[in-house]
Design a binder for this molecule. Structure first.
Ligand code: MTE
Ligand code: MO
Length: 325
């Protein structure tokens, strides 16, 4: 590498550093403090309910299970209504799945994983008898929120009307008494405090789509560095980097890190995910070449071979100061 290239790289490091430390895609100021100079912490494979992220348009409604009902209506031959007891008596299935907010910033915390159990939605649709011209299944929440996904998606085996989360009834903030869990689609489609499942013959616009968010909410491959935390000091010349990657229904096939701003990438060691719909933890034994400041980037590739991003700014970055001698 000649002198001019070195100088250029040095100024790139400075500029990129500034940009990366001031993420531009933040949705509120509270997130800034959580990403800037974040303290490192390993992701646990399952998120305890108390630590699970919450995104709601309003305060959580408190619903009384003994009065609550869920109706299946719209373009169906046999509309019906279920009570909480009816749902408890039905066969249940369970599944571990990661939920992520569509507005989760790079390296953000609006992503968590739980074991969900409840009733398969395709069974309810089968009993109701879906009409020929059905397009979307619309999910209505008691807080006035609604969203939809294509009926073909709703008929997939894994789409769940969840009643429990990590073995206990859904906490109020997470949708008690019942919510939808649809692996592979962003959290926005996983409607909480369900009151009505409605089959319609048109492309329904949900709460956030009316506000400009995309109608299709398929999860894109993404990844996060958990350890070291941003701006941490590392005092040893070897260091195990830890992180998380998520690829929705396609899973994660590869996670790579770069310590030279994306010129070269190294494959990390991948842990076995808890389910095909859960995030994947990874680690990397880093030999730090010299003391001083270093930036680590991470990128993930999903099971379909789609790699996250093309340039700086598409990848979560963490900068550290290495002080060993
Ligand atoms: N009824 C209702 N369902 C909802 C929402 C809401 O505000 N109301 N928010 C959605 C969004 S944007 C996300 S990311 C997930 C978050 O689920 P959680 O709060 O259990 O993490 O719920 C979705 N379901
Ligand atoms: Mo969200």
């Amino acid at each position: 590498m000649n002198i001019s290239r070195r100088t250029m790289l040095a100024s790139t490091v400075a500029t990129v550093g500034t940009l990366l430390w001031r993420p531009s895609r933040l949705i509120n100021a509270g997130l800034l403090s959580s990403l800037y100079g974040k303290v490192g912490k390993k992701t646990s494979p399952l998120t305890p309910n108390d630590d699970f992220y919450i995104t709601s348009i309003d305060v959580s409604p408190t619903l009384d299970a003994s009065e609550w009902t869920l109706s299946i209506e719209g373009l169906v031959e046999r509309p019906f209504t279920l009570t909480y007891d009816d749902l408890l008596k039905r066969p249940h299935t369970s599944m571990i799945a990661t939920l992520e907010c569509i507005g989760n910033p790079l390296g953000g915390e609006q992503i968590s994983t739980a074991k969900w159990s409840g009733v398969a939605i395709h069974q309810l649709l089968h009993e109701a008898g879906v009409g020929k011209n059905a397009v979307d299944l619309v999910l209505h929440g008691a807080d006035g929120y609604s969203d939809s996904f294509p009926l073909s998606r709703a008929q997939r085996e894994e789409v769940l009307l969840a009643l429990t989360m990590n073995g206990v009834p859904l906490p109020a903030d997470h949708g008690f008494p019942a919510r939808v869990i649809v692996p592979g689609l962003y959290g926005v489609k996983n409607v909480k405090w369900l009151t009505k499942l409605e089959v319609v013959d048109y492309d329904y616009r949900g709460y956030w789509q009316q506000d400009g968010w995309p109608e299709v909410a398929n999860i894109k491959p993404q990844s996060r560095i958990d350890l070291p935390g941003d701006r941490e000091t590392v005092t040893t010349s070897t260091y195990t980097i830890h992180g998380m990657a998520f690829g929705g229904e396609f899973g994660i096939e590869k996670v790579e890190i770069s310590t030279d701003l994306g010129m070269t990438w190294q494959s990390t060691a991948l842990a076995t995910p808890l389910s095909p719909y859960a995030w994947r933890l990874w680690s990397y034994e880093w030999q730090i070449p010299k003391p001083g400041e270093h930036t680590i980037l991470v990128r993930a590739t999903n099971g379909q071979g789609v790699t996250q991003g093309k340039r700086l700014g598409d990848w979560h970055a963490v900068s550290i100061e290495a002080t060993f001698s």
